[in-house]
Design a protein around this ligand. Structure first.
Ligand SMILES: [Zn+2]
Length: 242
C-alpha cells in the first residue's frame, strides 16, 4: 500500500504531464490556425494578381480593336481624299486624317506599354507560382505533422485525465479535495518538498516543529503561508533539508 505522499507525488507527475500536453495541444492549434490564415492570404493574393492581369489583357484587346477601327477609318478617308474636288474639302479631310493618325500613334504607344506590363506580370506570375508551390508543399507537410501530433496529445490527455481521476479517488478526501483545489489556484508543485526547512512552493521558512513533525511522520502537512502540501523527502533529508 502506497502512502498518501507517494500517491500525491505520482498524481502530481500526472497533473504536470497533463498540463504539458494541454499546452502542446493549444500550441498546435495556434500554429494550425496560422497556417490556415497564410493559405487564405496566399489565395487572396493570387486572385488579386490574376484580376490585375485579366484587366490588363482586356484593356489590351479593346485597344487592339480600337486600333483596327481607326485603321479602317483612315484607309476610308485616304480613298476619299483621292477623289475630293474642292480645296476646302481637301483641307477638311487632311485635318481629319491628321487627327486620327495622332490618335492612332497614342494608342499604339499605350498598347506597347500594356504589352510590356502584361509580359512583366506573366513572368512574375510564373516565379510567384513556383514559390507558392514550394511554400504550399511545406505548409501541407507541416499541417499533417501538426494534426498527427495534436491527435496523439489529445489521446494522451484522455488517458492522463482518467489516470488523474482514478488517483484522486484512490487518495480519497479530504486530501484529494485539498489537492484539487490547490492545482486550480497555485503553480506546480502543489506538493512541495521542504528544502532547508523552507517550503519550495513559496519559499517561506517553516516552523521547526512542523519540519520535525514532517520528518517523523513522512506524511504531508499544509504550508502555513501558501497552503501547499509540504513534505520532507526522508530519503534525502540529511543532505538537503537540515
Ligand atoms: Zn508554502
Amino acid at each position: 500500500m502506497k502512502t498518501d505522499l507517494e500517491q500525491l507525488l505520482e498524481l502530481q507527475q500526472v497533473t504536470a504531464e497533463l498540463r504539458r500536453q494541454r499546452e502542446r495541444v493549444a500550441a498546435y492549434s495556434r500554429r494550425l490556425q496560422e497556417i490556415e490564415l497564410a493559405s487564405k492570404r496566399m489565395r487572396a493574393e493570387n486572385a488579386e494578381r490574376e484580376a490585375k492581369l485579366g484587366a490588363l489583357k482586356k484593356e489590351w484587346l479593346e485597344g487592339e480593336l480600337e486600333l483596327k477601327t481607326l485603321e479602317e477609318k483612315l484607309s476610308g478617308l485616304r480613298k476619299r481624299s483621292a477623289v475630293v474636288r474642292t480645296p476646302k474639302e481637301c483641307e477638311a479631310l487632311e485635318h481629319e486624317i491628321a487627327t486620327l493618325e495622332e490618335k492612332r500613334s497614342k494608342l499604339e504607344e499605350r498598347l506597347l506599354v500594356l504589352m510590356e506590363e502584361a509580359e512583366r506580370l506573366e513572368k512574375a506570375e510564373e516565379q510567384k507560382k513556383k514559390e507558392e508551390r514550394d511554400f504550399t508543399a511545406e505548409l501541407v507537410a507541416e499541417r499533417e505533422r501538426l494534426i498527427e501530433a495534436h491527435k496523439q496529445s489529445s489521446e494522451l490527455i484522455k488517458v492522463l485525465t482518467a489516470d488523474e481521476a482514478r488517483m484522486l479517488q484512490a487518495l480519497g478526501d479530504p486530501i484529494a479535495q485539498i489537492y484539487s483545489r490547490l492545482v486550480t489556484k497555485a503553480e506546480l508543485p502543489v506538493v512541495a518538498r521542504v528544502e532547508k526547512s523552507t517550503c519550495s512552493g513559496c519559499g517561506t521558512q517553516l516552523p521547526i516543529h512542523l519540519v520535525q513533525s514532517l520528518k517523523t511522520s513522512g506524511e504531508v502537512e499544509l504550508c502555513p503561508h501558501c497552503h501547499r502540501l509540504v513534505y520532507v523527502d526522508t530519503r534525502a533529508h540529511s543532505a538537503s533539508d537540515d
